[in-house]
Design a protein around this ligand. Structure first.
Ligand code: SF4
Length: 263
């Protein structure tokens, strides 16, 4: 595999397009912070989960091998942490556990600096527990009706099944680890005060919640106002959750969350 394109954002984020040996294209994103560098990598060329707010879900060609997943962490990069949050649903790839173990062993990244995100493949989530990496659940809605509209996987694993699985995972985590909840916020869709209350009731009590203002080119997917995001966060904090708003990085070069399309 080789890097065929590098695009730099005004905020320092770099979107890289990798061409695999069969011509498939996948992306990784280098995200520099003040003193460290985070790398977001892909596990599939495209994605079969078809979340409506995500460019990766528009097509699927194949799973990446463990070599291809690790190949995105080239030695020239001084990477501090790795997140499996690029193109693809990691747990839909049978090589994911091997890839995670090899990132730890071959790249020297400790498990606490690795995060794997899933849209909620409940029957496979426990596979990640022995790896001791951080587990992030892409939740994004608080009722079945709402979630099924944007995430087809909800028709297979409803919120009651996902709630039970999240609790089981939470109870199995090492004591200082927190389940991470990713919540993409869409204006007028899932950003009301009642959503914050339902979210607080849905996720395990010690979860860490990341609010992500939606990054989408679709007109009907707009991020909420700053005011709405701040009051949503305050409501969750009132319930005792640690809650952050994830600032979009690399939006101007299509490198932000939900924008990777392999192009
Ligand atoms: S959000 Fe994740 S699971 Fe959903 S389509 Fe995009 S890459 Fe796939």
């Amino acid at each position: 595999m080789r890097v065929v394109k590098r695009v730099s954002s005004s905020d320092g984020t770099i979107r890289r397009v990798h061409e695999l040996d069969d011509g498939s294209l996948v992306e990784s994103v280098v995200i520099p912070h003040k003193t460290k560098t985070n790398l977001c990598i892909s596990t599939q060329a495209g994605c079969r989960m078809r979340c409506s707010f995500c460019e990766s879900g528009k097509r699927f060609s194949r799973n990446l091998s463990a070599d291809e997943i690790i190949g995105q962490i080239d030695d020239g990069l001084d990477v501090d942490s790795v997140v499996f949050m690029g193109m693809g649903e990691p747990l839909d790839n049978p090589h994911i556990v091997e890839a995670v173990e090899r990132v730890k062993k071959e790249k020297g990244i400790p498990s606490r600096k690795i995060a794997v995100s899933t849209c909620g493949l409940c029957d496979r989530m426990k596979l990640l527990l022995p790896t001791k990496v951080n587990i992030a659940i892409s939740l994004n809605a608080t009722t079945d009706e709402q979630r099924s509209r944007i995430m087809p996987i909800n028709k297979k694993y409803s919120l009651s099944i996902l709630k039970e699985t999240m609790q089981e995972i939470n109870d199995s985590l090492p004591s200082r680890r927190r389940l991470q909840i990713e919540y993409v916020m869409i204006k007028g869709f899932n950003d009301a005060a009642i959503d914050a209350e339902r979210l607080a009731a849905l996720v395990p009590k010690k979860s860490l919640i990341n609010l992500i203002p939606v990054n989408s080119k679709k007109e009907h997917y707009q991020p909420p106002s700053q005011e709405t995001i701040i009051s949503f966060k305050a409501a969750l904090r009132k319930h005792g959750f640690i809650c952050y708003v994830r600032e979009p990085r690399g939006r101007d070069v299509d490198a932000a969350c939900g924008m990777l399309a392999g192009k």
